[in-house]
Design a protein around this ligand. Structure first.
Ligand SMILES: NC(=O)c1ccc[n+]([C@@H]2O[C@H](COP(=O)([O-])OP(=O)(O)OC[C@H]3O[C@@H](n4cnc5c(N)ncnc54)[C@H](O)[C@@H]3O)[C@@H](O)[C@H]2O)c1
Length: 446
């Protein structure tokens, strides 16, 4: 494991500093001031908002469709694509062109491949860049987009390790000072039922929160087996889900949704420590990189409230994608992709249906702000979800009680020797092709 060479200010991950930041940025897409309409109207005189995507997989293609079919009347046009692998660009382009033939103009010279193609993407005159590449690349990509002055929509999680989280925060300060809008793909923050239930918690309807439970239990995701002509870097990037340096492990990549909601339920605060356990029981073998297939973590907040977190990737078990807050007067239960219920002692339960998909709403919210020339920044709150998930992984990998400060100040840098196809990723397969995974009690995980 490497340690970080360039010190990035970590103070914004400190509890008191984080709370101060919350005062400045209100909720998801908090509006803090009005900016000039400089980038909202394209220089060519057309009213089109030009977008470009890096990471043309499932989510990237979905995010494009959400942007192009927005409900706020924004005239969005896709002008460039980047993916590490050329075939993904063509698949994405075909899918988007068939749905939005009049809104796509991506000639071959604006299709960029390999690991450095994001830089060429950033040279186009796109107004908003979408980053839906694997999370391990997020800090490097985001820094670059901010440097060249692009508005950004980027997927969660924002990083896979603490040095990455600090880089995101530092670049985000730059983004704010340049007046750039930054959206983060935490779609649950835009769902009607989440917003209503969190407001009810804030209004004190369930009393003081005593504990929380959050789940992302599912069967797991795809496997992309090794091809004979691939370098080790190509193999790991293609099969990115199974490598901690690329996905953060599924507690970070997927369960971050619920952990972000848990922090939101707690008033956008973060835990001060975590302890947990995890391992791999079903998903063993050379196809599965170095991640676990289950984690269970107890998070403790500053006021002693505990959040119990569970995520599992094992088929044939009880599945749940949900968040629950229990208080002195009642409880709230929210299904990720379903309804929500609040039950308060002495009152009839109130059920709120899901409403429109948050993936669509997050684009409506961003584009509305863009059209109005308003500030928009979702990093300050959601970076705490990313860091909470990383804290949880540090606890399950190490088997120790890990404090927020230890996690947030960790120098453990999971990145490879470089971002080229012949670079060396840190995980190395053993003689049997299997990658060693963390061993609680032995692994230095923070
Ligand atoms: N918000 C949500 O509900 C949601 C849902 C799914 C995925 N996601 C997030 O979206 C991101 C992508 O997930 P996905 O499901 O689309 O995965 P995917 O594998 O389908 O797509 C990722 C794409 O990125 C490409 N890629 C790999 N390295 C790259 C690099 N360095 N630069 C550019 N492209 C690169 C891959 O070739 C692939 O085409 C992840 O961060 C994931 O956590 C969010």
């Amino acid at each position: 494991m490497k340690t970080e060479s360039s010190p990035h200010a970590s103070s914004s991950l400190h509890p008191s500093a984080s709370r101060r930041t919350f005062l400045k940025v209100a909720g998801a897409g908090g509006v803090i001031s009005t900016l000039p309409l400089t980038r909202a109207v394209h220089a060519a005189g057309s009213d089109a908002i030009r977008i470009a995507l890096s990471g043309c997989g499932g989510r990237g293609t979905g995010a494009l469709a959400d942007a192009l079919s927005n409900s706020v009347g924004a005239n969005v046009r896709l002008i460039a694509l980047h993916d590490a692998f050329p075939e993904r660009i063509e698949n994405c382009l075909r899918a988007i062109q068939s749905r939005f033939p009049d809104k796509v103009d991506v000639p071959p010279e604006r299709r960029f491949t390999d690991l450095d193609g994001y830089k060429k993407l950033a040279e186009t005159d796109a107004d908003i860049v979408l980053d839906c590449s694997p999370p391990g690349f997020r800090p490097v990509h985001f820094e670059h987009y901010v440097q060249v002055g692009k508005h950004v929509f980027m997927e969660k999680p924002l990083a896979v390790d603490a040095p990455g989280a600090r880089r995101i925060l530092a670049a985000n300060e730059q983004a704010k000072s340049k007046g750039l809008r930054v959206a983060v793909g935490h779609h649950l923050r835009h769902e009607v039922k989440h917003k209503e239930m969190i407001q009810r918690i804030k209004d004190g309807e369930i009393g003081r929160i005593t504990h929380l439970r959050v789940y992302f239990n599912s069967s797991g995701v795809w496997v992309r087996p090794r091809q004979p002509d691939q370098t080790e870097m190509q193999y790991q990037v293609n099969n990115w889900y199974y490598f901690t340096w690329l996905s953060g492990d599924h507690i970070v990549e997927q369960h971050v949704h619920d952990l972000d909601v848990m922090n939101w339920m707690m008033g956008n605060r973060h835990p001060v420590s975590a302890q947990g356990m995890g391992g791999r029981q079903f998903r063993v073998g050379k196809d599965y990189g170095d991640i676990f297939d289950h984690h269970a973590v107890e998070f403790t907040y500053e006021d002693g409230t505990q959040g119990f977190s569970y995520c599992r990737h094992i088929p044939g078990c009880w599945d749940s994608f949900s968040e629950h807050a229990h208080g002195t007067k009642g409880f709230v239960s929210i299904e990720g992709h379903g309804h929500a219920i609040i039950q308060v002692e002495g009152r009839e339960p109130v059920r709120v249906e899901r409403g429109p998909d948050g993936h669509r709403l997050e684009w409506d919210d961003l584009l509305k702000a863009h059209l109005a020339g308003e500030a928009y920044n979702e990093v300050d709150n959601t970076i705490l979800g990313t860091m909470t998930a990383i804290l949880g992984r540090m606890a399950t990998y190490s088997g120790q009680i890990v404090t927020w400060d230890e996690a947030a100040n960790s120098q453990l840098d999971l990145s490879p020797s470089g971002y080229t196809w012949d670079a060396e990723p840190q995980p190395k397969p053993g003689p049997d092709g299997v990658y060693p995974c963390a061993m609680p009690g032995q692994t230095k995980a923070f």
